[in-house]
Design a protein around this ligand. Structure first.
Ligand SMILES: [Zn+2]
Length: 190
């Protein structure tokens, strides 16, 4: 065991601090474009899962770099549409928290997945993230603008994750551990 160097500890500490202070899922006060844009940034669950998708995609490399985030963003819209059409998906909040935990563990484990498997998993998780919001979109002042804002914020967070992977392989894995810990906390509701 080599001792952790300060930058890595800072990454971990920042994540833990963040997980502790950001509330799991603040209100879905749906509005227009701005509401959709800020929503993923306000809740630790969406934020961490979406950054994790970027980190994981970058770690997988190759085609997965864009295919995994694309699968997530695309299926998220599908989930929203399904919710809108009255489809019932149980355990939405648990699914969202689980996505944070599992993605964190995947980043920490750093195993190579096939692009198809990676896209499928990202799509499955995105279904929950999208569904949670499709329910509220009908109440939005401007549903289409809200959806556009939400998707843009999601893609930006994937970008943050991809850029974040530049901190290095080991630091990325440590960040994965921090994300997994935050996901566990979300699941336990602490
Ligand atoms: Zn939400």
């Amino acid at each position: 065991m080599t001792p952790m160097k300060p930058p890595r500890i800072i990454v971990l500490a920042a994540l833990c601090l963040f997980a502790g202070t950001a509330s799991a899922h603040p209100g879905h006060a749906a509005a227009g474009f701005a509401g959709g844009l800020v929503h993923p940034l306000l809740g630790a669950d969406h934020l961490l899962a979406m950054i994790a998708i970027g980190l994981w995609a970058a770690q997988q490399g190759g085609r997965a770099l864009w295919a995994v985030p694309a699968a997530f963003a695309g299926t998220m819209m599908l989930g929203g549409a399904l919710a809108w059409s009255g489809w019932v998906l149980p355990h939405v909040e648990t699914g969202i928290a689980l996505s944070v935990l599992v993605l964190g563990l995947l980043i920490a484990a750093r195993r190579q997945w096939s692009v198809t498997a990676g896209m499928s998993l990202a799509a499955l998780f995105a279904l929950f993230h999208g569904y949670a919001h499709g329910l509220e979109i009908p109440q939005a002042a401007s549903p289409a603008s809200y959806a556009v804002g939400f998707v843009l914020a999601t893609l930006s967070l994937h970008g943050v994750g991809i850029a974040g992977s530049l901190i290095g392989r080991r630091a990325t894995r440590l960040a994965g551990m921090g994300i997994a810990a935050a996901g566990l906390a979300l699941m336990l509701g602490v």
